[in-house]
Design a protein around this ligand. Structure first.
Ligand SMILES: Nc1ncnc2c1ncn2[C@@H]1O[C@H](COP(=O)(O)OP(=O)(O)O)[C@@H](O)[C@H]1O
Ligand SMILES: [Mg+2]
Length: 394
């Protein structure tokens, strides 16, 4: 509806014009009233949400905060106050986020905050947090920018007290170190003992048998032609003696292959591989690259023992007719892969802590933070992978 024409002043307005204007005013008032009701409804529901949000935030067990662009607090939850020892008055007085961390780390904090403002940083970072009373604790902080009209106007985030976690991590690391040291110590004690026993058996028993053999030769020479019975006895004694000397050699090289000490790892492995093939009939294939590896004695012993135990397992359990071993040095790591073509070890066997042979294998590489992986595929054989870092001595 259009207003009647020729409106100049109120005196000149016709009755119809006045009624029309009155209606307009009424309508506007109704609209305003409706808008006001809506505003109050929205305010009320915002109040409700704000209350809900605050309750929720106060329930969280870690510090929640909001900062303005000058790094002053706009908000923190009750845990924040309790954790850091500040109160609302401190916030009103304008304490700064940086005051919650030791001075040495404020630079780092500043850098990370700038990154967050630039939109690149999302991961948590660790800091040493500083309470009002001067004590400190380890904290992990996650933050993200508060955006307004697509511009960052502040920061909100969470400070997580990780003191307990740090302690547990440290304890775990300490006990791992202890375990590693103990394990290395036990290995070397065991090797020393084996070496000693091998030497004793070889030297003492070996020499005694050699002396007995000399005596037999001496007696044999003094036999008269008619003493055939004694001659036969001496003959069988010779046989037994030779066998015993061989057995003693085998036991002592098993305990500690002299080759390993005298000629080094490659020679010892080659010898073992060939000896294994002769004893078991299982074909043994060995590839070593570079042919002469420069590996210290401790690691060489560990590698030799792992090789020995793995091949013994192949002979005992795999029902294989071939085993291939590939040894190389790759990026400062010694890597050995031993593959058989047998029935394949099961995952249950690999993970069973009662399998002391396999546990022993893993223990062999602990001193250098090495790693052993064992995988089997049914009727497709078993693979044993061994890594030993060569560039650290712990
Ligand atoms: N090369 C292999 N092929 C198939 N099974 C294997 C192989 N090596 C080990 N196993 C299985 O894993 C088990 C654990 O091996 P280990 O701890 O050395 O114990 P042990 O040799 O004294 O039986 C063996 O009993 C066997 O069942
Ligand atoms: Mg075994």
């Amino acid at each position: 509806m259009n207003p009647p024409k020729s409106l100049t002043s109120d005196e000149n307005k016709s009755r119809a014009q006045l009624i029309w204007e009155l209606n307009q005013v009424r309508q506007r008032m109704a609209r305003l009233e409706a808008a006001d009701i809506e505003r109050r409804r929205v305010e009320k529901s915002l109040d409700k949400y704000e209350k809900k949000f605050r309750e929720l935030v106060n329930l969280l067990p870690q510090t929640i905060y909001e900062l303005d662009k000058d790094d002053k607090f706009r908000f923190t939850n009750q845990v924040g106050f309790d954790t850091f020892g500040y109160d609302q008055q401190d916030i009103d007085a304008g304490i700064n986020f940086y005051q919650l961390f030791i001075p040495e780390e404020r630079e780092k904090l500043n850098r990370n905050i700038q990154r967050i403002y630039n939109g690149s940083e999302v991961e948590g970072h660790e800091y040493t947090a500083l309470r009002k009373n001067g004590t400190t604790f380890q904290a992990l902080i996650y933050s993200s920018p508060i955006m307004y009209n697509e511009k960052p106007v502040g920061l909100r985030g969470v400070v997580i007290d990780i003191t307990d976690r740090k302690q547990v991590e440290q304890d775990l690391k300490d006990s791992r170190d202890q375990f590693r040291n103990l394990s290395a110590h036990l290995q070397s004690v065991r090797e020393e003992e084996r070496s000693y026993i091998a030497r004793e058996i070889h030297d003492e028993l070996g020499q005694a048998l050699t002396a007995l053999k000399m005596d037999l030769i001496w007696m044999n020479k003094r036999l008269t032609p008619g003493q055939t019975e004694i001659a036969e006895k001496i003959d069988s004694m010779f046989n037994l003696m030779d066998k015993t000397i061989q057995t003693i050699r085998r036991i002592s090289t098993d305990l500690r292959p002299g080759l390993l000490d005298d000629l080094g790892l490659t020679a010892a492995l080659e010898w073992y591989c060939e000896d294994f093939q002769n004893r078991t009939g299982i074909k043994c294939n060995l590839r070593i690259k570079p042919a002469e590896m420069e590996i210290d004695q401790e690691r060489s012993i560990a590698i030799f023992r792992i090789f020995q135990e793995t091949l013994t397992n192949v002979a005992r359990h795999a029902q294989a007719n071939e085993v291939k071993a590939d040894l190389r040095i790759k990026n400062h790591d010694f890597v050995m892969k031993i593959i058989d073509n047998g029935i394949g070890i099961s995952d249950a066997q690999v993970n069973d802590p009662q399998n002391l042979g396999l546990v022993g294998l893993r223990e062999r590489v602990y001193p250098w933070n090495g790693r052993i992986e064992i995988k089997g595929r049914p009727n497709k054989g078993t693979t044993v992978l061994v890594w030993i870092p060569l560039d650290r001595n712990e």
